[in-house]
Ligand binder design. Sequence first.
Ligand code: RB5
Length: 150
Amino acid sequence: MKVAIGCDHGGINLKPVLTDYLEKKGIEYVDYGCYDKSSTDYNEYALKVSNAVASGECDKGILFCGTGIGMSIVANKVKGIRCGHCHDVFSAKMTRLHNDANVMALGERVVGPGLMIEIVDAFLSTEFSGDERHARRVQKIKDLEEKSFR
Ligand code: RB5
């Protein structure tokens, strides 16, 4: 599995915690920035990570900002992206099982590093259930992407 990661200045303190975890687990990742604490716009990193996942260059994406909100809003504008905004382990698991989310966003000002790792671990280790009702609903999201704004 190859994971795209990205953050703005509001999420940058969590990034080394995440990269340590990924390295220890032997999970390949691509870091799309940002790379320092100067104020920047979350839009850029959410777009880079989302494009990497939507194009198939990476399998999953993880985004951090202060709250995870801006990142998740942008990610969900990209065709092919289903971004779950998760601050607990149950939601991270369910967004994989039921929504087949391929990106997850969370906020450094909301969760600490220990919980963040448990959330990420649940997200990366849970497969989509594949149940007919969930597959149907995910397909409806894909259909909506084709129809909206036209
Ligand atoms: C930056 O101050 C903050 O607004 C950003 O990281 C994020 O929380 C936006 O949703």
